[in-house]
Write a protein that binds this ligand. Structure first.
Ligand code: SAM
Ligand code: DTB
Ligand code: SF4
Length: 343
């Protein structure tokens, strides 16, 4: 099947929103070199192929969450090693954001283990957003479901992105979460959009889903009225005590690279983030994911409650690959130019 990632409307090239399962599968099944060539071509037409975004995450309110997401260490439904905490103090959040900026982050994402924020808590998060923004960082928050009014308040406080994931395919969704539906999530995404926030939306692989589910998830994202500006692809980070332990099935590295390439082709202008699960990936696998079109990572030694590669290791990897990032600004003099480095 000949699959075109663009439609031409009145002479201008636009991303498509009418992807079919067969087309997604046909891309996924291409010979590897052909898939990578298409993904690179789309990537180069839309982005600097040698640049990667560096985002930093902070769990501002950890654990005790009433949702039953079967992969998550923070759900109150499961006995995990995570201790529930209150919403962090404002000054501690700002100090962490400042350190993230100094370490090379260009975006700071504040995450809370809530089903949805209470208005009183949202006041405090809005204050955090405003001050993080004033540090010169892009701001992102992920606080659960939002009403339109709450989205407006976050926007007015200076929020750039709202992260809310669809997590998996519509067919597999009910195996993983029962306390909110995919439609609930789509509504929150619509509220964020209507408020003028940029949308960060993706999901997780390796929970027991089939390749068809991974592609089904990409179809949900790619067929939204507007593609999310940012698409995080998480590989499930193992957490003891949650149901996904019984079904987990990490994709083999080549399958993961294929999926990234398909995401890049289906959402040509979206930043694709190689998110959780990089702790399990070799440098070579990550290099292939960047080649397939991934152009963002989370930096910092922890994500929310699980491990991420050491920041020094990430800076070295990007430098070895000659990939530009904010690391160059904060570490410029420490690093030799990529061309002169010994292998
Ligand atoms: N509580 C909010 C919510 O779920 O909307 C925001 C935080 S939640 C931790 C953000 C996303 O992180 C989830 O939707 C899921 O896609 C991802 N995630 C959570 N736990 C994970 C894990 N163990 N491995 C990989 N991704 C995970
Ligand atoms: C996303 O898609 N991945 C991030 C961010 N959005 C909030 C979260 C990853 C969490 C990994 C599990 C943990 O550290 O608890
Ligand atoms: Fe709660 Fe978010 Fe974890 Fe689900 S993913 S249990 S909503 S913190």
């Amino acid at each position: 099947m000949n699959v075109s990632s663009f439609s031409v409307v009145k002479g201008s090239v636009l991303p498509r929103h009418d992807w079919t399962r067969d087309e997604a599968q046909a891309l996924y099944d291409l010979p590897f070199a052909d898939l990578m060539f298409q993904a690179q071509s789309v990537h180069r037409a839309n982005f600097d192929p040698n640049h990667v975004e560096t985002a930093s995450l902070l769990s501002i309110k950890t654990g005790g969450c009433p949702e039953d997401c079967g992969y998550c260490s923070q759900s109150a439904h499961y006995k995990t090693d995570v201790k529930a905490t209150k919403l962090m103090d404002h000054d501690d959040v700002i100090a962490t954001a400042r350190r993230a900026k100094e370490s090379g982050a260009n975006r700071f994402c504040m995450a809370a283990a809530w089903r949805n924020p209470k208005d009183k808590d949202l006041d405090r998060v809005c204050d955090m957003v405003s001050e993080v923004k004033a540090l010169g960082l892009e701001t992102c928050a992920t606080l659960g479901m939002l009403t339109r009014e709450q989205a407006d308040r976050l926007r007015d406080a200076g929020l750039d992105f709202y992260n809310h994931n669809v997590d998996t395919s519509p067919e597999f969704y009910g195996h993983i979460i029962t306390t909110r539906t995919m439609q609930d999530r789509i509504e929150t995404l619509a509220h964020a959009r209507e408020s003028g926030l940029k949308v960060c939306c993706g999901g997780i692989v390796g929970m027991g889903e089939q390749v068809e589910d991974r592609l089904g998830m990409l179809m949900v994202l790619a067929n939204l009225a507007e593609h999310p500006e940012s698409v995080p692809i998480n590989l499930w980070n193992e957490v003891k005590g949650v149901p996904v332990n019984g079904t987990a099935n990490a994709p083999d590295p080549i399958e993961m690279v294929r999926m990234i390439a398909v995401a890049r082709i289906m959402m040509p202008k979206s930043v694709v983030r190689l998110s959780a699960g990089r702790q399990y990936m070799t440098d070579e696998m990550q290099a292939l994911c960047f080649l397939a079109g991934a152009n963002s990572i989370f930096i910092g030694d922890v994500l929310l409650t699980t491990k991420n590669p050491q920041t020094d290791k990430d800076a070295t990897l990007l430098n070895r690959l000659g990939i530009k990032s904010r690391f160059d600004e904060v570490r410029g003099s420490e690093q030799a130019p990529s061309s002169s480095r010994a292998v």
